[in-house]
Write a protein that binds this ligand. Structure first.
Ligand code: GZL
Length: 335
């Protein structure tokens, strides 16, 4: 009997050691996330976290609560913990050189998603690959849609006043969307941005800024909001001012979240430019590939569309891609 117990104890010990060894072999992937400012961000967080854990890897997650200094701290903590990979989206484009040099020095592969950090490094060896929206193109699509929408109504030569709610100042998505929009809308001088202010990608700030713009801007024909949450906040302000959003003021957003589709179906919004938050499968594909010695293109953008109330409005530079009707796709939206 004693012999049997000894054998069983030995077996348990071997299994326990084996399991520990397995856990030690399991990759540890760290994810530095910006915060929880929008529906897009929540969908992005959930999708990436679920994919990393779904791959059987250990996840080390940090929510920076919208503060760059918290992201810098998180990156340094990841280095100290000796994680195998870092997944990173930069709240703003500047201020990263020192800590990203430390990440490179530590030899931890950096997988960039969503917002791209600008650096002064001599080459692009400091990161493995970037996956995220083509922000200047997203801004240009919004501008093209506005002009083509007015043209479709035979009103393309009117003087059209546009107000803009910008995203978080200095964020890659804000800088790119504003630049892309401005360059495109400049081709039709009768369409003018008469006021532009940050709403920081949040519904509450978008509503507050729109309340103030409604008082200060004499004639507003179009609102271009650099994300849907700000557009939805602005819609509340427009209604409170006794105006009809989607009719008295044309509303264009960005992200293509389900709430925007529902607002378009309700007639309170007119268009949303897609920017997908679903990046988890790409993160797993990249890390799995890197583990197998693969390399990846440095910059990869997902295929994205534009949805509106009517369909058929051109939104690409070549005029080939046409908008899809939101009401035909609202049921399939995942976030
Ligand atoms: C875009 C992303 C932006 C979204 C906003 O890739 O960085 O940040 O458009 C989010 O909704 O807050």
């Amino acid at each position: 009997m004693k012999k049997l117990i000894a054998v069983m104890l030995a077996l348990v010990l071997v299994l326990a050691l084996g399991a520990t060894a397995l856990a030690a072999d399991t990759l540890t992937v760290a994810f530095s996330q910006i915060g929880q400012e929008s529906d897009w961000r929540t969908a992005n967080t959930d999708d990436v976290k679920n994919a990393i854990e779904g791959a059987g890897w250990n996840l080390v997650y940090d929510d920076a609560q919208q503060k760059q200094e918290n992201q810098v701290k998180a990156l340094r903590n990841f280095i100290t913990q000796g994680v195998d990979y870092i997944v990173f989206t930069a709240i703003v484009t500047t201020g990263w050189d020192e800590v990203l040099a430390e990440v490179k020095e530590a030899g931890i592969p950096l997988v960039l998603i969503d917002r791209f950090p600008q650096t002064g490094f001599a080459d692009d060896s400091w990161y493995t690959t970037y996956f995220g929206g083509d922000f200047p193109e997203e801004g240009a699509r919004a501008a093209r849609w506005i002009v083509n929408y007015y043209n479709s109504l035979g009103r393309g030569s009117e003087e059209v006043n546009i107000v803009r709610l910008e995203g978080t100042t200095g964020a890659d998505a804000q800088v790119g969307r504003s630049k892309g929009f401005d360059e495109e809308i400049a081709k039709t001088p009768n369409f003018k941005v008469v006021a532009s202010q940050t709403g920081n990608f949040t519904g509450a700030e978008g509503q507050a800024v729109m309340e103030s713009l409604l008082k200060s801007v004499e004639k507003i024909d179009v609102l271009w909001a650099e994300n849907d949450n700000m557009a939805l906040g602005a819609i509340e302000a427009i209604k409170a001012a006794g105006l009809q959003p989607g009719k008295d003021i044309i509303i264009v957003g960005c992200d293509a979240i389900k709430l925007a589709f529902e607002a378009i179906v309700k007639g309170e919004m007119n268009c949303t430019v897609e920017c997908t938050p679903l990046m988890g499968s790409r993160v797993v594909e990249v890390i799995t590939g890197l583990e197998a010695g693969e390399t990846f293109d440095k910059v990869v953008h997902p295929v994205e569309y534009v949805y509106d109330s009517m369909g058929g409005i051109p939104y690409t530079a070549d005029g080939a891609a046409l908008t899809l009707k939101a009401e035909d796709h609202v049921s399939e939206r995942l976030y």
